[in-house]
Design a protein around this ligand. Structure first.
Ligand SMILES: [Zn+2]
Length: 113
């Protein structure tokens, strides 16, 4: 069963009985990517870096909305027309890794609770 789409951020806080219904319609949420640390840049550089970061995020969101995908190996977002990332990994490899990660995270959360 395909329960989690690649890159979905699934927070398991709901009643277990709702999970199946929820996952079948899981939205492509904003994928959480750590923001780089701009603290040690000079103000001008920092302003530019912040703006570039925002633009990059917007572009990534647009690509993802249009069926693009985030490479799980290098974190690059690729358009839907690309089946291979610039790092050489295939889309299905990335999705498989994402699924494994999500599964591992879910299992560790379950064992923590
Ligand atoms: Zn990649």
């Amino acid at each position: 069963m395909k329960s989690v789409e690649a890159g979905d951020v699934v927070k398991v806080t709901m009643d277990v009985s709702n999970i199946a219904a929820h996952q079948s319609q899981a939205p492509v949420e904003e994928q959480i990517v750590e923001k780089p640390n701009f603290e040690n840049l000079r103000p001008m550089e920092r302003a530019i870096a912040e703006r570039e970061w925002e633009n990059k995020k917007k572009e990534e969101q647009r690509l993802l909305k249009e069926g693009g995908w985030r490479c799980a190996f290098c974190n690059t977002v690729n358009g839907s027309v690309f089946g291979t990332c610039s790092c050489g990994r295939k889309r299905y490899e990335s999705e498989e890794l994402m699924r494994n990660k999500a599964q591992a995270q879910k299992e560790s959360e379950e064992s923590n609770n």
